[in-house]
Design a protein around this ligand. Structure first.
Ligand SMILES: [Zn+2]
Ligand SMILES: [Zn+2]
Length: 177
């Protein structure tokens, strides 16, 4: 049974999808974190253009929900879940900006590199955090856990680039590794 699960996972890896101008260094850091922290198979997908269709002229930002909906409607090339790295500033209606966005239990998560000042370790934390939401995790009360809600860069820099024991258990269970 375990063998069977493993086989199906290898056929349905986590896709990393660059949108717009995304440095190879960022992709490498995020891929490395998933391989190291969760040990799951990954596939870097061919990059797409920056998501102009989601631009909001009033906010001068990009609508995270529209990007997620668009990617969900695409052929995900056999990937069970997709983590899209984007070079634009994201918003959801209730926040002035978000570092990332994912629907609880969804297939597609977004990570915005826009406010991260080219620091890959910050992208890693957001990627792990949003992936946790795809795995049905809500925010964690443990202040160092990567699932702790980070409002700004100060908060983000204080969380660790890994899950607490409880969250890691949930993620590995949901990811099937
Ligand atoms: Zn969150
Ligand atoms: Zn936690």
């Amino acid at each position: 049974m375990a063998w069977k699960n493993r086989e199906s996972l290898l056929q349905h890896p986590l896709g990393i999808l660059p949108l717009g101008r995304v440095e190879g260094e960022m992709i490498k850091a995020v891929a490395g974190a998933f391989a190291g922290e969760i040990g799951m198979p990954l596939r870097v997908m061919p990059g797409l253009e920056s998501p102009d269709y989601a631009f909001d002229r009033h906010r001068i930002q990009y609508d995270a929900a529209r990007i997620i909906t668009r990617i969900e409607s695409m052929d995900l090339a056999g990937c069970a879940r997709v983590l899209a790295l984007v070079d634009v500033d994201l918003f959801v209606p209730v926040f002035t900006f978000v570092f990332g966005e994912a629907r609880l239990g969804g297939r597609v998560a977004l990570v915005s590199l826009f406010r991260l000042e080219d620091r890959p370790e910050r992208a890693v934390k957001i990627a792990l955090h949003e992936f946790g939401h795809l795995c049905m995790l809500d925010h964690c009360r443990e202040s160092r856990c990567v699932m702790h809600f980070a409002k700004g860069l100060g908060h983000l820099d204080r969380v660790a680039p890994y899950y607490c024991r409880y969250c890691l258990g949930q993620v590995t269970y949901m990811a099937g590794v």
